[in-house]
Design a protein around this ligand. Structure first.
Ligand code: IPE
Ligand code: IPE
Ligand code: MG
Length: 235
């Protein structure tokens, strides 16, 4: 039964992954935190391949929150350097038919890093495989404020405001609502991730640290999701 995976129509349509625990993973080994992040980036790449393998449609990885910007400068700089390095590699995802998106207040990043993000989005925009988003300098509250500002500046009065039309102003415009959120690292909170989009998400919290998260953990989460009884307020 261990290998059982649900049929395609019972798979989550959009998984959000809070990749937490890199610092603790490094600490346990007597390593600096930034080496935990480096390992975490490798696990991220492997996880994208696992998502492709499992024929998932859409996944969003939480890599850096607006609150993470308040960490010590050397850790923030190490993370920015890591994103920049991995962006070169991420562009290879084009070959895997992955569509990449970057969600967040991206002006935070240096111009050359931002350009790599725009290039990667552009190069992959017609890809029809896994829709893979990276939430970078992302905060759910800041996203909602950004959406309201955008709406007021451009379409105020001309748009009939509904939950659906509002969704078009969010960074995740065009993506389905997130229906499964997995958080590694043992904490049981959402930490400002996809606040609007997760209104009816199922949550799976695991003690496994992100650097130790593998395909079997992802499969286990998907199995648990498929066994949950989702009622959406009905009976
Ligand atoms: C998650 O790991 C990665 C980021 C938030 C950038 P942490 O750095 O939060 O690791 P812990 O929670 O301190 O172990
Ligand atoms: C959440 O992890 C953000 C990311 C994984 C990018 P944190 O480690 O920042 O969350 P808190 O501070 O424990 O809530
Ligand atoms: Mg953490």
């Amino acid at each position: 039964m261990d290998n059982f995976l649900p049929e395609a129509d019972a798979l989550p349509k959009h998984i959000g992954i809070i990749m937490d625990g890199n610092g603790r993973w490094a600490k346990k080994r007597g390593l600096p935190r930034k080496l935990g992040h480096r390992e975490g980036a490798k696990v991220f790449k492997k996880c994208v391949d696992d998502c492709i393998d499992l024929q998932l449609q859409c996944v969003t990885f939480y890599a850096f929150s607006t609150e993470n910007a308040k960490r010590p400068q050397d850790e923030v700089s190490a993370l920015i350097k890591l994103f920049d390095e991995y962006l070169d590699d991420i562009r290879k995802m084009n070959d895997k038919n992955v569509r990449l998106r970057f969600l967040g207040e991206l002006s935070f990043f240096p111009e050359k890093t931002r350009m790599k993000m725009f290039d990667a989005e552009n190069a992959t925009k017609n890809n029809t495989g896994l829709q893979c988003s990276l939430a970078l300098n992302y905060g759910g509250r800041s996203e909602i404020i950004h959406a309201v500002q955008n709406l007021m500046a451009n379409d105020c009065g001309s748009v009939q405001l509904t939950e659906e039309t509002f969704g078009k102003y969010l960074y995740t415009s065009g993506l389905p609502d997130v229906d499964l959120i997995i958080r590694t690292g043992g904490e049981k909170r959402i930490s400002n991730f996809l606040l609007w989009q997760a209104a009816y998400a199922e949550y799976i919290f695991t003690d496994v640290l992100w650097c130790d998260f593998g395909k079997s953990d992802l499969e286990a989460a998907i199995r648990e999701f498929s066994e949950r009884n989702r009622r959406f307020g009905k009976i």
